[in-house]
Design a protein around this ligand. Structure first.
Ligand code: GLN
Length: 284
């Protein structure tokens, strides 16, 4: 690409190598312009630095790197979130988890909510915004993920307490009215992990890494210790894979949860399961 490249030519050329929409979004990102400006002034020149930066991003996109990492952000629940390769890119199905949790929290006076394995913080941030009366805590084992989550909370004015550690570990003996999580659940070795940009995402956020396993190792851990961190009548809600609802309901029932149920995402797939601990003997 020459220093004299104009916006229109750059867009046209890139659209031969990657999706036209992706080319446009990368061009807007690199040049700091809007779609309208791109249409109105295709003759506008790009600087040499912009042209080189755009060329690099187009090549990375052509090699499969997700657009969200290239532009450093992704939309979820009507807000724009910072993302980088330390965190999963938000998936639309996770809105179901947020909606179910928010509905439950909105019926409570001053609910205490914890989001385990918060990643980019999308679930915790949206819950804090939708339920201002709630006290929201979020944990993650990855310090790099927590940096992203903190940036997202600050960006959206969400009061979230972030704690670093493995699942419940940083919580001591604290109890909550609602535990939510979108844990890693893709079965280790699932061919899906090689597609659609997933190789660029943090593997520890996608899969439990158990060779020959069923992908449910993290969900088992979440279920097993939940009763030590739930208030009487507290709820546990977890996202899981498209074919795991029955297994997750069984885990919850075996652990003594009540009103165990699964809910369907926008694609009609049972995507979140949960239950509550009322009548369970409080464990030490
Ligand atoms: N739903 C995501 C996928 O299939 C995985 C998200 C997760 O592991 N929590 O790519």
């Amino acid at each position: 690409m020459t220093p004299s490249t104009c916006l229109g030519d750059a867009w046209r050329q890139a659209a031969r190598r990657i999706e036209r929409l992706d080319a446009r979004l990368l061009l807007e990102h690199v040049c700091g312009c809007t779609h309208a400006e791109l249409i109105a002034h295709p003759e506008r020149a790009m600087s040499e630095a912009q042209a080189a930066h755009f060329e690099e991003l187009v090549s990375r996109r052509a090699a499969g790197e997700p657009l969200a990492y290239l532009v450093g952000s992704a939309w979820f629940g009507g807000l724009e979130f910072v993302v980088n390769p330390a965190v999963l890119i938000p998936r639309p199905e996770t809105e179901l988890l947020v909606d179910l949790a928010a509905r439950r929290a909105q019926g409570l006076d001053k609910p205490r909510i914890v989001d385990l394995g918060t990643g980019s913080g999308i679930v915790a941030v949206l819950l804090a915004r939708r339920c201002p009366q709630a006290g929201v805590t979020a944990t993650d084992i990855s310090a790099a993920a927590l940096d992203v989550a903190r940036a997202n909370a600050a960006r959206h004015g969400a009061a979230v307490r972030f704690l670093e550690g493995d699942w419940y570990a940083p919580l001591g003996d604290e109890r909550f009215d609602l535990i939510v999580s979108n844990p890693p659940y893709v079965v280790d070795g699932d061919p899906h992990l090689a597609l659609n940009g997933l190789p660029f995402e943090p593997p520890q956020a996608l899969s439990d890494g158990v060779k020959g396993g069923d992908g449910l190792a993290c969900i088992r851990r979440l279920v097993a210790a939940a009763s030590r961190h739930l208030e009487p009548d507290g709820w546990l809600l977890m996202e899981h894979g498209y074919n795991q609802a029955l297994a997750v309901r069984e885990l919850l029932s075996e652990a003594g949860f009540r009103e165990v149920a699964s809910w369907r995402d926008g694609a009609g797939i049972e995507r979140v399961s949960g239950g509550h601990v009322s009548l369970m003997r409080a464990e030490a």
